[in-house]
Design a protein around this ligand. Structure first.
Ligand code: ADP
Length: 755
């Protein structure tokens, strides 16, 4: 439903917005055009109204002018002005004019002589009047048929006058004929069609003064403001009998009228009412009089505004209809999309069985095909992945089984040392359940070890990321202590990042106990052997010294062998005792500052017998800078005895042994090198282990117990020193011992190695 709503609403709203925007733009454009068109139409309309009105009034004027012209050319009129017996002529003229049947049109028809005196008139009140001052008389006398509008001098009423010269056959002007149009004829004609109620229709002279209008209040007012010249000219013609002319305040009207030939529509500002007005003007026939039609412009603006609203509504309606049409049209179009969406949703839930069935043959069809192909691919990949996962799960199970079945205690921790997994052996050895161990730290089972131990352990596994080997005293859940041999290895990711630790422990308590029993046994046996051995040596010595009688050669030979054997036995017992004491604890140490060369010399002196026997040379190089070293003299003696006796023992006759004592930094360095048998490379790693003897040494020197280097290394390590060697079989060996100048520390709990 979400997809449907989103796509459809998006689509429809987009198109609706576009439609409305385009509609609005179209409406604005159309409205602007319409405004212009309406304005043009309005001007055209007002001009047409003026034109039509001119046609009607213009005909009356033209007819009247023609009629005056016609009269001026008629014999009865000419004759009347030329004949002296005017009475007879007058009768003739009267019957002639009556025959013209013009009385309903003209209020008066009258004839003037050249001086402007009215000689004849159908209106007797005019006879005897002089109109020489009238413009129409002057124009007619000048030979021009003319029209004028004036307020009559006698009637004091406004009237339309037409005049024409009367010409004799010779062409000379003999007088003037004039007509006064029937009152109301033009006023009745001034009713323009199509003018709205606010509009006005006026007849004006060339100065813009209104002499006929649809509303009486407009009469004898000027459209614009009269210039002083215009005002004077109006007064001169006495047309308006001295009426004070007030302005209707139209702008520019006089200028527009002055040069007018053709009818025209214009917009003028009316100051009096403070609005624009539409003005239609037309010249009446060829006269100096004009028709002026006015309309309030707002009326048209209102019509335009109404039209704009209508167009706006129309656009809105069109938009609504478009949107509805879109909803109807897009629904079937979007149907394939819904189908694709349903398929995708099924895919999302892991259902790849049902395929998309869009066969529209268009882009939707292409998408459906691609979707189905993707589903097939995913199915295949899933199959492969599932297979691999199954295999991996099986491998993992095997791995887990191996860890679980291991007899050694195995725990896996995170980087902070929190236990993540512990196997069955861990449960059996510690007594804690799996649940109790998970989440806790190994300190749960570790009895307190020295600070040094922990520092060393963390430095190895965390900083150096190497395997740590060590012995620990742990505590079971029931409180019992046990000794464990531990291997702790860091767990590293492919990228080499630390992700945890695996700890493997073996309970070696039983083994330790057995070792201790052996050591104790060796110690007891050694002690017990010392007294009888001492007795043997003592009695052999007594016999050799002939304290109890003379000893012959053969007896002496056997006594020497017994002495040598008992001496070896004493050495062995001594070594066994030293080793067992080392195994049981730290040897008793009594350090004192002593010069190392003294001990070395003393030991070499002891060994002189063997050196001479084998014709060997002992080379001594002593550094005078070495000074005294704070060590236990007995311990150092054991060290020198072992190293030097080995060098002599495992070197053939005439060989060379070199002893160097020197200072190297904060250490004393003891080097003993020989040109002897050397140690086979494949056996060098075992040289410091208890009872070990190399094959070549064993062959050449059957005497030996393999304890000397073991004891030496223990003493050196106890003194915080180090011992190492380099050796090549058949060439010789070199042993190097470093002892801190500070010397061996005194340990109160230690036991002394018996001499
Ligand atoms: P032992 O000398 O009684 O056999 P050690 O513990 O002193 O016991 O020496 C162990 C073994 O180391 C010797 O048996 C011998 O194989 C080898 N070894 C020690 N020192 C030398 C040396 N200087 N030259 C050759 N082999 C030596």
């Amino acid at each position: 439903m979400k997809l449907r709503a989103t796509v459809k609403i998006k689509m429809i709203s987009t198109i609706a917005v576009v439609t409305v925007c385009l509609g609005a733009i179209a409406a604005c454009t159309v409205m602007q055009m319409m405004e212009r068109t309406i304005s043009d139409m309005a001007l055209h309309h007002i001009k047409t109204v003026a034109e039509q009105q001119e046609a009607i009034i213009g005909r009356i004027v033209t007819d009247s002018l023609s009629f005056a012209e016609h009269l001026g050319s008629q014999q009865p009129v000419i004759g009347y002005l030329q004949q002296p017996e005017q009475k007879k002529q007058r009768t003739e003229l009267l019957s002639y004019i009556a025959g013209l049947d013009a009385s309903n049109k003209y209020q008066a028809i009258y004839i003037m002589d050249m001086a402007g005196n009215v000689l004849f008139s159908t209106d007797s009140s005019l006879v005897g009047q002089n109109y020489e001052f009238r413009a129409y008389f002057k124009d007619a006398l000048a030979g021009k048929s003319t029209m004028d509008v004036v307020i009559g001098g006698i009637s004091n009423k406004f009237g339309y006058y037409f005049a024409s010269p009367v010409k004799a056959k010779s062409g000379d002007i003999v007088g003037v004929v004039a007509t006064k149009l029937n009152e109301g004829l033009i006023a009745n004609a001034l009713h323009p069609k199509g003018l709205n109620i606010e509009g006005d229709a006026m007849l004006v002279d060339k100065y813009g003064v209104v002499f006929q209008a649809n509303r009486p209040e407009l009469l004898f007012k000027s459209l614009g403001v009269l210039t002083p010249e215009a005002y004077r000219a109006v007064e001169d013609t006495k047309r308006f009998s001295g009426i004070n002319i007030v302005s209707l305040q139209y702008d520019r009207v006089a200028e527009e009228i002055a040069g007018l030939r053709e009818p025209k529509g214009l917009v003028l500002y009316n100051r009096l009412h403070d609005h624009d007005e539409l003005i239609g003007v037309a010249r009446i026939a060829d006269t100096q009089f004009f028709i002026v039609i006015t309309e309030v412009r707002q009326f048209f603006a209102q019509s335009a505004g109404n039209m704009e609203i209508n167009i706006g509504l129309l656009v809105f309606m069109v938009s609504i209809v478009t949107v509805l049409a879109l909803i109807l049209l897009t629904t079937p179009l979007l149907r394939p999309l819904y189908s694709l969406r349903d398929t995708s949703l099924r895919m999302e839930k892991g259902n790849f069985a049902q395929q998309a069935t869009v066969e529209t043959g268009d882009e939707f069809g292409d998408v459906a095909k691609a979707l189905n192909a993707t589903m097939e691919q995913i199915k295949k990949t899933n199959g492969i992945t599932e297979g691999k996962l199954w295999e991996r799960a099986a491998d993992f199970e095997k791995f887990k089984l191996a860890v679980e079945s291991a007899s050694d205690h195995i725990i896996i921790t995170d980087v902070d040392g929190r236990i993540l997994h512990a196997n069955k052996a861990a449960e059996a050895i510690t007594g804690y359940s799996h649940t109790e161990m998970i989440g806790s730290r190994p300190s749960l089972i570790v009895a307190q070890m020295s600070e040094e131990f922990y520092r060393n352990m963390w430095a190895t596994i965390k900083d150096q990321r190497k395997v740590f080997y060590g012995e620990m005293t742990n505590q079971r859940k029931n409180g019992a202590l046990y000794t464990a041999e531990v291997h702790i290895a860091p767990l590293l990711t492919d990228k080499g990042d630390l992700c945890g630790f695996v700890g493997i422990e073996r309970d070696i308590t039983a083994q330790k106990n057995a070792d201790r029993a052996k050591t104790d046994f060796a110690s007891v046996v050694s002690h017990q052997l010392r007294t009888p051995l001492a007795a043997i040596s003592w009695y052999v010595e007594m016999l050799s010294n002939e304290d109890v009688g003379v000893v012959n050669e053969a007896q002496r030979k056997y006594l020497d062998r017994i002495h040598a054997a008992s001496t070896r036995m004493v050495d062995l017992v001594g070594s066994l005792l030293s080793a067992s004491h080392i195994d049981m604890g730290t040897p008793y140490v009594e350090p004192e500052p002593i010069p190392l060369p003294d001990i070395a010399d003393s030991v070499i002196d002891e060994l002189r017998r063997f050196v001479e026997k084998k014709h060997m040379t002992i080379n001594r190089i002593y550094d005078p800078q070495l000074g005294q070293v704070d060590v236990d003299p007995n311990m150092m003696r054991v060290v020198f005895q072992n190293i030097l006796s080995n060098a002599i023992k495992y070197t053939s006759e005439n060989g060379l042994v070199t002893i160097t004592l020197k200072r190297e930094g904060e250490n004393a360095l003891i080097t003993v090198s020989d040109t002897g048998y050397g140690i086979p490379a494949d056996q060098q790693s075992r040289i410091f282990t208890k009872f070990f003897r190399a094959d070549n040494a064993r062959k050449k020197e059957p005497e030996g117990n393999g304890l000397g280097l073991y004891i030496t290394k223990s003493i050196i390590n106890n003194a915080q020193g180090t011992i190492g060697f380099t050796s090549e079989e058949g060439k010789g060996s070199e042993f190097r011992i470093f002892i801190p100048l500070a010397g061996i520390k005194k340990e109160s709990e230690s036991k002394q190695i018996p001499a």
